[in-house]
Design a protein. Structure first.
Length: 120
């Protein structure tokens, strides 16, 4: 399981870097770009924080926040795509990367909750 947690953390860092690079190239829409930068990097920050959680409930909470941030990231990606700031190919790639991270987060939250045995 440690490998999958490390991979999730690595995926989230790589995703944040990719989004940051893309945002550096977008002209205009600075408010939307800023929102996208914040939530996409927050995914990994919360995954990293979960590593040092004080309890199982804290761990789950951090992962659930990361999950919410991935959902918000998806929203800002779609908004920028609809404003024609992202190409079809780039939007699809970023959306797929974000979706992959979200699926891994869902699996991690589900597993953590199941392993808590009702103790959170």
């Amino acid at each position: 399981m440690a490998d999958s947690k490390s991979q999730l953390r690595e995926d989230s860092i790589n995703f944040a870097i990719t989004v940051s690079d893309v945002c550096d190239e977008i002209r205009g829409c600075s408010v939307y770009v800023n929102q996208l930068l914040r939530c996409s990097s927050s995914i990994g920050a919360n995954i990293h924080e979960a590593k040092y959680a004080q309890s199982r409930a804290d761990f789950v909470s951090k992962l659930e926040i990361a999950l919410k941030e991935s959902s918000e990231t998806d929203y800002w990606l779609e908004l920028l795509y609809r404003k024609h700031k992202l190409s079809d190919e780039l939007y699809t790639t970023l959306k797929n990367q974000c979706g992959s991270i979200r699926r891994k987060l869902i699996a991690s939250v589900t597993t953590a909750k199941a392993n808590s045995g009702g103790k959170q």
